[in-house]
Design a protein around this ligand. Structure first.
Ligand SMILES: [Zn+2]
Length: 148
């Protein structure tokens, strides 16, 4: 019964949703594990702060901040996808409400748009979105590099 309900709204079987949920959980755990290592590494850098020059430390921190921001963004997408699974909204395009499809979700379990809407969004982004995002990111990073 549950299986049929799920198949009704997204075209995904219960088994397929289970596989995708495991994928999401595994990626989430990978990120958590990676951040734990980075935090330990940061501690080491701080301990040795008088041995290495500050410019070098800034470069390392900026690099880690970039990775961290990207991972935080991805982690948020994973959490959103897991919430959609719980709410039984997973697998539907947020733009056109059509099923995203198992193969696309298997390759990108955090996908919230079908391939058609995604391509359209990317065209829009290529027109005006990218420079805006990059500008926001730069101003965000500069607030950190000014902190002494
Ligand atoms: Zn769509």
């Amino acid at each position: 019964m549950v299986k049929q309900e799920i198949a009704g709204y997204s075209g995904l079987s219960t088994d397929q949703v289970g596989v995708l949920r495991n994928l999401l959980m595994r990626k989430k755990n990978e990120l958590l594990f990676k951040h734990r290592n980075v935090d330990e590494f940061n501690l080491t850098v701080e301990d040795r702060s008088d041995e290495i020059d500050l410019a070098n430390a800034d470069a390392v921190n900026a690099q880690q901040l970039r990775f961290r921001n990207r991972d935080n963004f991805y982690e948020k997408k994973i959490d959103e996808a897991l919430t959609r699974i719980e709410n039984e909204e997973y697998g539907l395009c947020e733009e056109c409400s059509n099923p995203i499809g198992y193969l696309r979700l298997f390759a990108r379990p955090t996908a919230n748009l079908c391939i058609f809407c995604k391509e359209e969004a990317e065209r829009d982004e290529a027109n005006n979105g990218k420079s805006r995002v990059r500008g926001r990111m730069l101003s965000y990073l500069s607030t950190f590099s000014n902190v002494k």
